[in-house]
Ligand binder design. Structure first.
Ligand SMILES: CC(C)(COP(=O)(O)OP(=O)(O)OC[C@H]1O[C@@H](n2cnc3c(N)ncnc32)[C@H](O)[C@@H]1OP(=O)(O)O)[C@@H](O)C(=O)NCCC(=O)NCCS
Length: 186
């Protein structure tokens, strides 16, 4: 057993109640980003730079506040979304939401975040596998994601079988024109 496994508690993945969505505050969203992608059709063009994503603001009502993000999660759940949490030692370390039937046969991977200290340990993969299974069971054949265009995030989705879409769904592109819009056959 490697030291990390010996020290860290096991990670349990389970469905979250609507009332638990406010636990998002437990997740550290911080990320250092040195490469961003521009999407041109199905091509991705890398751009070097010094971007960083700071933690969601614990106070206030701004776009990057915890409150705004919790409202976003509640909106998905109120529209049929299913939230899964990854819990370790009683703390929320990852969260993902799938919205089945965004369009007929198409599910949306609407939200996926793993806390900074817990990334690259397989939690995102476990969450997305289970979210895909929920979409399949609901009868969807495709899943789309509007992905943060950072190198790590895009590599994660490519590794999970997502591919850039030539024609992103208009309702998602309008919301996040700078994202990389990807799809995967379920
Ligand atoms: C993208 C994200 C959800 C992936 O979750 P994760 O638990 O780190 O991913 P996993 O451990 O299951 O998979 C790791 C794979 O993801 C990629 N990856 C993503 N972030 C990484 C990081 N910080 N360090 C190393 N690899 C990373 C690698 O390609 C890696 O592949 P490998 O195992 O073949 O090397 C997570 O890194 C995250 O929350 N990032 C910041 C928020 C974000 O961009 N969310 C997506 C919004 S659309």
């Amino acid at each position: 057993m490697c030291p990390r496994e010996a020290e860290e508690p096991a990670v349990e993945i389970r469905r979250l109640d609507r009332a638990e969505l406010s636990r998002l505050v437990e997740i550290d969203r911080t990320e250092r980003i040195n490469v961003l992608y521009d999407q041109r059709g199905t091509q991705l063009v890398a751009r070097q730079g010094n971007w960083s994503a700071s933690a969601w603001e614990p106070e206030g009502h701004g776009e990057h506040s915890v409150e705004a993000k919790v409202h976003e999660l509640q909106h998905y759940v109120d529209n049929g979304g299913v939230p899964l949490g990854a819990l370790a030692g009683g703390r929320l370390v990852g969260i993902g939401v799938v919205v089945p039937h965004l369009r007929p046969g198409i599910a949306q991977l609407a939200f996926l975040h793993v806390s900074a200290a817990w990334r690259a340990t397989g939690i995102g993969s476990r969450l997305s596998e289970q979210l895909e299974q929920i979409a399949r069971t609901a009868g969807d054949l495709d899943m789309v994601v509007s992905a943060t265009p950072s190198e790590n995030t895009v590599r994660f989705y490519l590794g999970r079988g997502f591919q850039p879409m030539a024609d992103p769904l208009a309702e998602l592109f309008e919301l996040e024109p700078e994202d990389v819009h990807m799809r995967k056959m379920l």
